[in-house]
Design a protein around this ligand. Sequence first.
Ligand code: C2E
Ligand code: CA
Ligand code: CA
Length: 590
Amino acid sequence: MEHEILHGVKDQKADHPADRDTPAGQLSRRILSQALEQTADIVLITDQKGVIEYVNPAFERSTGYTFDEVLGKRPGLLRSGTHDKAFYDRLWSMIRKGLPFRGVVVNRRQDGSHYYEEKTITPLVDESGAISHYVSTGKDVTERAKAQEKLRELAYFDSLTELPNRHHLHQLLSRAVNQAERHGGEVAVLFLDLDRFKQINDAFGHAQGDCLLQKVARRLRTTLREEDTVGRSGGDEFVILIQHPRYPQDVARVAQKLLDGLAEPFALDGHDHQIDASIGISLYPDDQTTPDDLLKAADMAMYQAKARGGSGFRFFSRDMEAQVLERIELERNLRLAMARGELTNHYQPQFDLRTGRLAGAEALVRWIHPKLVMIGPDRFVPVAEETGDILAIGQLVLAEACQQMSAWKAGGLHLGRISVNLSPRQLAHPDIVTQVERLIDVHCVGVGTLVLELTESALMQDPEQAAKTLAGLKKLGVTLSIDDFGTGYSSLSHLRRFPLDCVKIDRSFVNDLPDDPTAVALVDTIIRMARNLKMSVIAEGVENEAQLLMLREMGCEGAQGYLLGRPMPGPELTDNLAGNASALIGALGV
Ligand code: C2E
Ligand code: CA
Ligand code: CA
C-alpha cells in the first residue's frame, strides 16, 4: 500500500532516485518506506480530496486508531471541537493553494481524550502541477502544551482557591468597566476581608488556615450567581464583581448574603468555627471610574467596616477618604507614642458601698500626646486591638499598674484591688497566663489583688480556649471580672462555665437609673442573679447621688464613677481624696 503511495507521491523533480526503476531506486524506496514506518513523528497522507490513504504506526500509537479503522475516512474524525470553523477554513484555503500549513492542532483520540499535535501539512504536486496528495507530519506535544496551559492558568488563577488571582481580577474588572462605559450600566466592587483570620492561622497553623480559605472560597462562589465574579486578591482578601446591579440595595443584599453565608459554621480541626468578614463596596460610575480607584475605594470602605467592629459591610463615601487617612495617621502615631513612652495609666477609684471605703482602682490607659494633649482610649484602643499593638500596650498597662500598686503601698495607701482591662486579643494570646504570672512574681502582687476585666465578646470568641486561660489565671490567684455587663447577648447563667468572680454593670444602665423602669429592672436582675451565682457586683459610671443610693438599696456592693472620683494619675490617688468620697457614701445613710 505504502509503496503505491510512494509511487504516487511524486516530487516535481521527476528524476528523484526513488522514482527510478533501478536497483538503487528500489533500495531508496525501501528506505523511505521504513523511515515512514519507524519515525516517531505522526504521518498521515490523504488524496487530493482529503480521504485518508496512509497513516504510520506513530499515528496509531498517538490516536489509538488502527490503519484499517481510518483508511478511507477523513481526518475530520480526529476533530476535538477545540478549533472553530474559521480555523479549518484557513487551513484548507492554504493547502489548496499549494502552500504548507504549520501549527498546533488539538485533536481527539479514539478514547475521546485530546492530544496536541504540532504539525505540518504539505500538499504534494504531480508533474502537471495539480495537487495529488496532502502529507501531514507532526509531533505529539501534549505534555508540553499541557505544561504551558498550566503556566497560563497559574498566571491567572490562585492555586489555593482556584479563583481568579489579583492580576486576573484586575483584567476582569477592566473589562466590566469598559463594557459598562460603552453600553451604560454599573459595576459594583466588593472587597471582602475575613475578620481575625490571623488569629485562626496562629492558633491552628497554616495548613488549617489554607483549608479554611478554600472552604471560604467555595462558600462565596456558591452564594453568588453564576454571572458574578469572585477572586482572591491575596491573603484573606476576596474581591467580588457584580455587573449591572440595578440598585445599590441589590448590592447591599448580596453583601449581606455573603456575610450570612460565611456565618454558617466551618468545620476546622474537628470543631465548628464561625467566620465573620468585613465588606467594603464601591460603585462604578458613582464613586470612581477606573479599576484601580474602584478597588482602592472598596478597600477603604472595607477598612471602615472593620473599624466599626467588623462583621458588616459599608459603602464607600467621599468623606471616608479623610477618615481613613486620619486612621492610618493614628496607627502610625500610636507606634511612635509607644516608642516615646507617651502611654501611661490613670486610675479611677472604686468604693465598697457597704463600708464606704476605698476598695480598689481601675487602671485606664491614657495617651499623653505632647501637642494633642490627651487622647482617650476609646479612640486608640480599638485601633490597637486591630493592629495587634494592644498586646504590647496591654503589657505596659499591666506592668505599670502592678508597679503603682507597690508605690501606693510604700506611700501608706492600702488598696485591696487593682483592676486592669484585658482585651480580646490579649486573652486569646497563648502566653497570657505566663506573662501575668511573671508580673505577679516581679511585683509581689498578693493573691486576689489583681483583677482582670474581660468583656463577654472576648470570652465568646473561643469559649473553650477562654475557659482554659481563665482557669490558668485563677490558679495564679487572679480575680476575674466581667466588664460592661448587659451590653452583650449572654445571660449570666451562660457565663457560668467561666470561673468569674465579679460582674461590672455597664454604665449605660447605670446612666438610666433611677427613672427608667427598664434599667431599674435590668440592674436589679443582674444584682440578684450575680448573688445567686456567688459573684460580687460593681456598678460603673455612677454620676449622681440618686444612682448611688438606688444601687446601694438594690444591694450592689461596689461603685465607680465621676461622682466618686475621676480617673487620675497614680500619685494623685490619696487617702485624702478617698476620704471625700467615703464621706459622701456615708452621708447617704445606711
Ligand atoms: P471601660 O473599661 O468601661 O472603662 C470605664 C470608662 O468609663 C473609662 O473611660 C472611664 O473614664 C469612664 N468613666 C468612669 N466613670 C464614669 C462616669 O461616671 N461617667 C462616664 N460617662 N464615664 C465614666 P476611658 O478611660 O475613656 O476608657 C474607655 C474604654 O477604653 C474602657 O472602658 C476600656 O474598654 C478601654 N480601655 C481603657 N484602658 C484600657 C486598657 O488599659 N486596656 C484595654 N484593653 N482597654 C482599655
Ligand atoms: Ca473596664
Ligand atoms: Ca466598663
